[in-house]
Design a protein around this ligand. Sequence first.
Ligand SMILES: [Zn+2]
Length: 313
Amino acid sequence: MTRIIHGIDVGGTKIELVSYDEALQPLHRRRIDTPTQGILAFIEAVAGLVEEADDRLGAAMAVGVGIPGFVDPKTGCHVSANIPALRGQRVPSMLEASLKRPVNVANDCHCFALSEAHGGAAARFDSMFGLVIGTGAAGGYCVNGRLLKGRNGALGETGHTPISAAVLERHRLPIFDCACGLRGCLERYVSGSGLQAIHTHLSGEQLDGRGIMARASAGDATARQALVVHLDVLASSLASLVLHLDPDAIVLGGGLSKLSHLYEELPGQVTRHLVRGMDSPPILPPVFGDAGGTRGAAVLALSLLQSEDTRAC
Ligand SMILES: [Zn+2]
């Protein structure tokens, strides 16, 4: 008899639960608005989703949850920039107490990486980095299918490393402030809003990503230049990632992962930023894309079942 697991993806506006079998085939899906009335309303909403799925499929053995921010391993408390209700709360233990079964919680970008490492774009590689470039820029690093979270639980917060001084100088870019409290964070340049900020800096005009792409396709020189600068900053940041972690593959996620020119041009550009003798790993589009949140959370749940099986042997 196959065992059921639930993968839950928590976002600033929506919470989605997808139930899977052990082969990660989806069996049930439900999406609700993220409650804004505090931590107890959040726990109650998740418990309601789980109860409904249990009623339909039979009780899931384990639950995985992907949430923006991360759990500080030293305190067990959640550190989150965009879901205020969860900030400073012991979310994993509260969920376990409410759901009465093992719960594994990880960062939502960590879940994206796990999903692409398990049966996704990077399934055939020993190590991979999944980088989500959407509203922010963060990722996860998996080795042999296992997510490495790091001492602070925040391995992969690439978006909050500083932009290279050489790149800033080359394009005469300003040093943007970041919501994290630091200045010149890569996220402010490589994310969707970063691309817009670069375009605004060059043209003085506010335009969203789609508008910039449309103008560039129509031959607008400033929009094209914004894409060139964005590509250079992204290539420089991926080169830095390669120098630190040297993954066998990089998989892009988030809204900007739909830009096809990135896959054609990034590998060569990344190699150009590396020291002589090194080259870029393959840079791949995601297989599961937006579905990676719940699927990666299900991989977290699956790891709980597997470690229980190992203990039982
Ligand atoms: Zn930052």
